[in-house]
Design a protein around this ligand. Structure first.
Ligand code: ADP
Length: 373
């Protein structure tokens, strides 16, 4: 059976081309071919699939060297054999130097089929090698990525375990002491130990809750059940809850009238809780204000404190996972997930979140939620 090959001719003579095709037919090839004789047509033709280019060297208005350069530029792996009648030894050498795969005289066409055969085979081998190398590289990249993911996972597990273990140690230690020395410690000391354990358990609970929200957001399993809610009521509830912690702060609600938003009240509560916890954590006892306004079809909720503030540079990193910024990093408890969770929950409800802050003057965290229709 004849082997099918696709041959692109760059030649000004149809007669010569037919002669060459016949020569290739004789050698056992079924040839699909096209002839072009200008740079423009050659450039177009090179977009198609060819096995070999057979290029005349001297043509009116288009030289073999120009054609060769075009082929090499556009299709570097495609063999290009010069087939010419008027080519001296020196010209042939310069064509080979310029990147031709071979050169054949038109009066010695017997050499053509073996040259075509060899060039096509070698080009295919080169292509196969390239494909194998590319597949190998892709596998290596894949393996490296898997290793990196594995390392990141290990780091994450180590980090989280450490953050979970610290409060657990306090809880277990406190409760064991109460049990072991029940009759020996004063009631006040006992109360302090239990209060310490409860505070740590709450901190633990916050970490685990944030981790769960984040994991759900990451795997698109964050269920947002939006209903029409009065945002000021949810804010009042969040303020009531934080007041019970007894941090010494004064909490102010600045909301002139009820504002109905389309939101998931539980998620809204979590956002407010995280922002209020931060406002308290990163400020000395003072005023913390939550305000609620409407603008362009959105409710804008702002939580402000008069605390340590955040530098402009640090503000850009606030909503990244595990980012803790400024001096507060070393003096307060936290793992840098609260704001990321806020962002995921706000965005899942069609809003956005951002911060304005100045070092030493305090911070305001704003977020928006769509107003109910
Ligand atoms: P965490 O509080 O657990 O560290 P967050 O994601 O809630 O994590 O906050 C990330 C970082 O942003 C905090 O570590 C802190 O440096 C900074 N930050 C957040 N809220 C405030 C705030 N109200 N005032 C100053 N810094 C803040």
């Amino acid at each position: 059976m004849k082997e099918h090959i696709n041959v692109l001719f760059v030649d000004d003579s149809e007669g010569d081309v037919l002669l060459i095709v016949r020569e290739l037919n004789k050698a056992g090839y079924a040839v699909r071919h096209r002839r072009v004789e200008s740079a423009e047509l050659l450039s177009h033709a090179l977009d198609e699939k060819w096995d070999v280019v057979l290029c005349d060297y001297v043509m009116p208005g288009f030289s073999g060297l120009e054609a060769l350069k075009l082929v090499l530029d556009k299709r570097p792996g495609l063999p290009c054999i010069i087939v010419s009648g008027q080519i001296g030894e020196e010209t042939a050498v310069s064509a080979m130097r310029a990147g031709a795969s071979d050169y054949i005289m038109k009066d010695k066409l017997g050499r053509l089929a073996p040259a075509v055969n060899r060039e096509i085979r070698e080009a295919r081998e080169r292509e196969e090698k390239r494909e194998i190398q590319a597949a190998l590289r892709a596998r290596e990249d894949d393996l490296r990525l898997q290793q990196e993911v594995g390392r990141a996972k290990d780091e994450f597990v180590g980090f989280v375990s450490h953050e979970l273990r610290t409060p657990l140690t306090v809880i277990i230690g406190g409760l064991r002491t109460v049990l072991a020395f029940h009759k020996l410690v004063s009631e006040e000391e006992e109360r302090q130990l239990i209060e310490g354990a409860v505070a740590e358990a709450e901190h633990l609970n916050e970490i685990v809750e944030n981790l769960l929200y984040l994991a759900r957001a990451q795997t698109n399993r964050l269920e947002v059940l939006r209903t029409t809610v009065d945002a000021s009521e949810v804010i009042s509830g969040a303020l009531k809850q934080i007041r019970t912690v007894g941090t010494g702060h004064q909490f102010i609600l600045d909301c002139p009238s009820p504002v109905r938003v389309s939101a998931d009240p539980v998620k809204l509560g979590v956002i407010l809780h995280n922002l209020l916890v931060n406002a308290v954590k990163y400020s000395s006892p003072g005023e913390v204000c939550v305000s609620l306004r409407c603008k362009d079809g959105m409710a804008v909720i702002a939580v402000s404190d008069r605390g340590v503030g955040i530098s402009e540079e640090d503000q850009e990193r606030l909503f990244q996972p595990f980012e803790r910024v400024g001096v507060s990093r070393d003096t307060t408890k936290g793992i840098g997930l609260g704001l990321l969770v806020c962002r995921r929950l706000v965005e899942a409800q069609g809003g956005r979140i951002w911060a304005k802050s100045r070092i030493g003057e305090g911070s305001t965290f704003f977020f928006t939620l769509p107003l109910a229709e």
